[in-house]
Design a protein around this ligand. Structure first.
Ligand code: C5P
Length: 325
């Protein structure tokens, strides 16, 4: 039986660490993802319910004379480790904000796949902020770290906090959802190859412009907020069948349009006994809600045997965001 996650006390060290600092950071899924029109800055207005699940990357920070990054696991050899990497950009942003020299040797152990709709890159950026804050003893609050995180990517602030949270704006404005603790059981079906997030948003705009998915209402009240309210009400009932019926992702038709084979993954998850399945964020990962941990394991095994995904993990949520291990 997994323990229900509770918001923890902030236990980060306030003095610079002499030894290595290891930070664990979860993947995110979206229990609800409502997408508004494209804004002038190219982003879309969102109303989303983020949920952190127990699929983790790990970042270790050690003292160094320069800033370097090495990595192993998912995406090793594919991901540039230079100044374009979100981990390096996060460490530089923290150094800039605090006036510290950006000196650290960072090593990333990745389990969250790249371009999967699980915010793996954003998770690593959140981990870098928390790790360097501990290594340098800069002692920033989570709110301070989240403010720096917002410039690095829309999902990064959420991964500083974790848990379950409402995201608005382009996703960077995060309000924790305070509910009685409950643990939900998930199956995470990882696809071969990723999907580009900008491509998926563009495809949704196209499908809306042609009327292949409903066009956005033009009235002035915010049409985005209703869906998130329904999801939050379902969460409070603590019944997997009720939550399953409320899960919703408006990016899903766009991900399915770009990757039609995902329909087969969703069908296989339903056939295996999942309460509901949906595309995670911009995809191509599909996530399934299971009634309990035993059923989650069976569904993951069935999906693997059916050969519809590269790998299927079980996970639970909510879990904490980037934390010193
Ligand atoms: O914020 P982030 O850099 O993770 O976003 C990646 C891309 O996803 C953006 O460049 C944009 O194309 C798309 N996006 C969007 N609206 C959002 C969040 C992301 O269009 N709210």
């Amino acid at each position: 039986m997994t323990e229900a996650w509770r918001p923890d006390e902030d236990d980060r060290p306030r003095l610079a660490a002499s030894g290595p600092v290891k930070v664990r950071v979860p993947a995110k899924i979206n229990l609800h993802l409502g997408v508004g029109p494209a804004r002038d800055d190219g982003y879309h207005e969102l109303s989303t319910v983020y949920h952190a699940i127990s699929l983790y990357d790990e970042l270790t920070a050690r003292r160094g004379d320069t800033l370097t990054l090495t990595m192993e696991g998912e995406g090793a050899g594919e991901l540039a480790l230079d100044e374009s990497n979100l981990v390096i950009r996060a460490a530089r942003a923290l150094a800039h904000h605090t006036g510290m020299p950006a000196h650290a040797r960072l090593h990333l152990r990745k389990q969250i796949p790249l371009s999967a709709g699980l915010a793996g890159g954003s998770a690593d950026a959140a981990a870098a902020l928390v790790a360097c804050d501990a290594l340098w003893g800069t002692g920033l609050s989570r709110d301070d770290l989240a403010a720096i995180a917002a410039d690095l990517g829309s999902d990064v602030p959420f991964l500083v906090y974790g848990g379950t949270a409402l995201g608005t704006g382009r996703g960077e404005a995060v309000s924790p959802v305070l509910a009685r603790p409950n643990t939900w059981h998930w199956v995470v079906a990882i696809a071969d190859g990723g999907l580009s997030t900008p491509d998926v948003y563009r495809e949704l705009d196209r499908l809306r412009s042609t009327g292949e998915v409903p066009r956005l209402p033009t009235h002035s009240t915010n049409p985005l907020l209703g869906g998130a309210d329904r999801l939050l009400a379902a969460l409070r009932q603590r019944d997997p069948a009720v939550l399953g019926a409320a899960l919703d992702n408006e990016l899903q038709p766009a991900a399915l349009s770009l990757r039609p084979s995902l329909a087969g993954v969703l069908k296989a998850g339903h056939a295996a006994g999942a309460l509901t399945g949906l595309v995670s964020g911009s995809g191509p990962t599909c996530v399934f809600l299971a009634p309990d941990s035993r059923r989650a394991k069976e569904i993951a095994d069935d999906l693997t045997v059916a050969g519809v995904c590269r790998v299927a993990y079980t996970a639970h949520g909510p879990v904490a965001g980037a934390r010193v291990a």
